[in-house]
Design a protein around this ligand. Structure first.
Ligand SMILES: Nc1ncnc2c1ncn2[C@@H]1O[C@H](COP(=O)(O)OP(=O)(O)OP(=O)(O)O)[C@@H](O)[C@H]1O
Ligand SMILES: [Mg+2]
Length: 320
């Protein structure tokens, strides 16, 4: 992969994490999660997507993360059989000696990302998309069933899947559509219960005044749920509130329960109820709202009171 490290260095010199698209080096935001920012360079002939992850303090942490990231991608492709975009990593030390790290992927057409598609196709096709995503996930949990001492986690939200060869001018998702999985920057696999990734790295994006709380209350819970297919699925369904299509939730839930019964009966997964989805959503929403508010306060303290740099991009108001 041809990564332009010099351009990344230029970008980091002048990046404004409050208005990243307004810096000296023109970039375009492709998407963002609760923690990271995914962008491309405007007019980049290589067509790459960069995910900026400003959480590393030393070489040991970076090396371990690169190893875990590459291994996670390899396992998902070679051992589990998911489709992933070509991937790589890039990093350097900036002038101040801070480590700047990126996960890099081939850029995928923005219109073909799941949370965009669900606004552009029929309800029937949204249901097709969900079942295709469930089939991809089944590959992961079939692997987990076979390998008791080696477990792989996945984030099954619809924004993490894209439809291969999707045509925005003729948007369609049918039984034969093929999915590609995007969200591999948090390497989730465990050998004999030991995480490949240092879970505490997650805390780096948490304001220090909240860390003890997050660690005590959420960290294990948040991480463990990506290894539990039923919880990952509840998360996928509940996310339709945030994606502004809550009216689809009853139909999707019904289809998914049918899928569990007919196509994944060997996993003995209890049917998911609407009440569970609602409760989960309220709880999850609360966690992220608190988290994002605290980060804004933290940014204010660092930048306005102490005139220091704030490493993270904070998304604007997220509709939930
Ligand atoms: N290779 C890519 N090409 C185009 N767009 C992408 C690519 N990778 C990610 N995106 C966009 O960025 C969004 C967020 O990416 P991703 O799912 O990898 O991050 P995330 O893990 O959800 O973020 P966080 O961990 O901070 O919650 C995706 O939903 C998609 O819209
Ligand atoms: Mg994601």
């Amino acid at each position: 992969m041809k990564i332009n490290l010099e351009l990344l260095k230029e970008l980091e010199k002048s990046i404004d994490t409050v208005h990243p698209e307004k810096g000296k080096i023109p970039i375009k935001i492709l998407g963002f999660g609760e923690i990271s920012l995914v962008f491309e360079f405007v007019d980049d002939p290589e067509g790459l997507a960069y995910k900026r992850i400003p959480i590393f303090d030393n070489l040991m942490e970076v090396r371990r993360h690169i190893w875990a990231y590459n291994e996670y991608n390899r396992i998902l492709i070679e051992e589990i059989g998911l489709n992933l975009p070509p991937y790589d990593t890039a990093w350097f030390k900036d002038k101040e000696g801070n480590i700047q790290f990126y996960c890099v992927q081939k850029k995928i057409l923005t219109d073909s990302v799941g949370n965009k598609i669900i606004h552009d196709v029929t309800n029937k096709e949204v249901n097709n998309l969900i079942i295709l995503a469930m089939r991809e996930m089944k590959k992961v949990w079939a692997f987990n069933r076979k390998n008791k001492d080696f477990q792989v986690g996945l984030d099954g939200q619809i924004s993490n899947f894209t439809v291969i060869d999707y045509d925005p001018n003729n948007p369609k998702v049918d039984e034969n559509s093929k999915l590609l999985y995007l969200d591999t920057s948090t390497p989730m696999f465990r050998k004999n219960g030991v995480d490949a990734m240092d879970a505490e790295l997650f805390l780096k994006s948490t304001p220090s005044f909240l860390r003890w709380l997050v660690k005590a209350a959420f960290l294990d819970e948040v991480l463990d749920r990506y290894y539990d297919w039923r919880l990952v699925t509840i998360d996928l369904i509940a996310n339709f509130y945030k994606e502004q299509r809550p009216e689809l939730i009853p139909g999707i839930t019904k289809d998914i329960n049918k899928f569990f019964k007919e196509e994944a009966s060997e996993f003995n997964i209890e049917p998911i109820t609407l009440l569970e989805v609602q409760k989960y959503y309220k709880n999850d929403k609360m966690i992220w709202v608190i988290f994002q508010r605290a980060r804004k306060i933290d940014r204010f303290i660092k930048t306005k009171l102490f005139h220091k740099k704030y490493a993270f991009y904070l998304p604007g108001k997220i509709e939930r």
